[in-house]
Design a protein around this ligand. Sequence first.
Ligand code: ARG
Ligand code: GLU
Length: 723
Amino acid sequence: MCSTQPFLGIKLVFLFIILYSSKISFAKEGVWPPSMIKNREADMRELGLQIPVDILYNNNGTGLNNAVVMFGKGCTGEIISSKGLILTNHHCGYGTVQGLSSMQNDYFAHGFWAGNPQQEIPCRGLTVTFIRRVENVSDKILPGIADTVKDAVRDSIIAMRCTKLEKGYKYTTGMDAIIRPFYNGNQYWVIISETYRDVRLVGFPPNGIGQFGGDAENWSWPRHTGDFSIFRVYAGSGNKPADYAKTNKPYEAKEFFTINAGGYKEGDFTMVYGFPAYTDEYIYSSQLNQVAGIVDPIRVEARTKRLDIWSQSMAQSRDIFLKYTSKRAGVANGWKKWQGEMHGLIANDVLSKKRTYEQEFQQWAQKDTETDYTTGLLSKIQANTEASDNLVRADEYIKESVYGIEFIQQGGTMDKMLQCFRLKMSSDKLHDTLKKQYAAMQGFYKNYDATTDKKVFVALMPMFMEHGAKWVPEYYATEYNVHGNSYARWADDAFSTSMLINTNKFSEFISYAKQDDSVVIMGDPAWQLYHSVTVIRNNKIIPKLSTYQIRSRYLNRLYMASRMRKDGGKEMLYPDANFTLRLSYGKIKGIDPEGPEGYSYQTTLDDVIAHDNPALDEFKVPEKLKMLFKKQDYGKWKVNKTVPVAFIADNHTSGGNSGSPVLNAKGQLIGTNFDRVWEGTMSDYYFDPSRCRNISLDIRYTLFIIEKFGNAGWLLKEMKIVK
Ligand code: ARG
Ligand code: GLU
């Protein structure tokens, strides 16, 4: 069944009106669905495109869209040979490779390079999805439903129609079909796809290349990360998707990317073809204020405290380092991005730009005679958003400060155990279920340090107690009081009496627990901390908040509908990103980043070596790479006595674009997208071509590492490389 959630959001277009109607004639903003790029052809050509857009996407099923895959659950990959070779980011393959690695085969430390197809390693659970066709089916889904029909009614009619239509598409194409909302639910599009389930690991550089610069360089420019990995997709009979089988054959790709190793220069046309997951470009000012003024600051404040404590512990102990490194990367990725986002939104004065557009919209709305809802729309959005501000704030404090304490988060597992007692199971069944739940907790224990977490408790709990207002549970207030208003004493007491931390006590409880023993869990401070705040959240915050969110979704849909109609619909609006296939285009362009580095658009291997620091794990260049550098053994990939590593351009990208093919004016592969610059992470809400840059890995660095570092030159033979 199709999802009717149109990904919360409204839209912003004054940018086009203010900027583009004046002197800048080329649009670089936009994540365009493949079926819309036909309409962008003139603009793209003017900017430098040298091929018909039909080569990128067409209705005959022969477009280059067939060479772009959704990689796993959140990334993009590209097909680079007729035998199904896939190029994506190192950080996109990371989770899969973690599952394949062991002490004996530590691929993070040593890398992995298959010497031939037989050595490629099956990756159970990993899938890649090809998008075969995308079509606007609004005329089959929306007829007869007035804009103002409430979402509950509207959604159920739409869901019925979608199910039926999807069935038809699946039957006629023999492929998967899903219908998704675009433009905040004002249009519905069908996506015809095929998901392949036999994917194998082919090449993976060690972290010293693939993660070089780590969190320190994340979201920033200049960049020195060789962020790539290589996989291959296998097919069953008829080249169709199949479960893993030894007998499966490499997927025969009719469309794959030609690699251009001839380089590029500043100003050259570029495109990124991939799966951006989320943008909210048309967002109304007060909603943006909620993001940048409430949500982002709370997240950043809480994560700064958490990361500081984690980093101190990690620096003191290798054991804690290994336990927390992956958790840290995840928490820090958002933390750094949101700081850039707030900074960029303020530096660009985005709120007042939005308000200027909204005033203009209002003037138009006043005169609009086509519908009766436009006039009062903005004030309704404003009122609805502002009414929810306090709930949003409270919820964010709970999520980031209270649930940011692992001890309390795990109280949630105890809560699930408690449910089993309440189900009045037989003793055998109860033991069995509890044992399974406890076994599942071992993953948590493996990467947990209670001493560190206790410090996090002391740092984060005051945030909630001071800002949680009327949502602070009675239990919290009492405990704080009982412990002489000392967070340290409160934490000491909670951590030393809870069986969550005392695993002997906990496992003993699991093996002897009887029906009446639910009181043991209910007396545990970890459970009480989790439970008391969660009850308040579930009863007093979430229900009210979702009422506002439902209304906001409804109003946002009407706002988008109006914007699409405004001024005769002459502005061409792109639908916000929703993790469907999109193309963005722009130019290779440098930036003068904030900080000491100075203007540049490209980095090289010499820069990598200059950043080598054996004392810091994140900046340790592998010995073999240093040898190649010393001997200048760069083979065909030598450019100006070095090898280019990364470059930036002003393509509009977002999370999910990791691993996306970066193409030149001929549609040939020149790199792999992997990040954005810090100054421009606000592009999910506001794209400013003067400060937004996507960061890509130069294909020549990838080829150099494969051939010279990985000794896997056999892979290059199946690629089509031109200059
Ligand atoms: N910032 C990039 C993205 O959002 C890369 C993240 C992985 N790298 C890292 N150092 N944590 O996915
Ligand atoms: N690194 C991001 C990802 O994994 C892409 C960078 C971005 O958000 O622009 O999707």
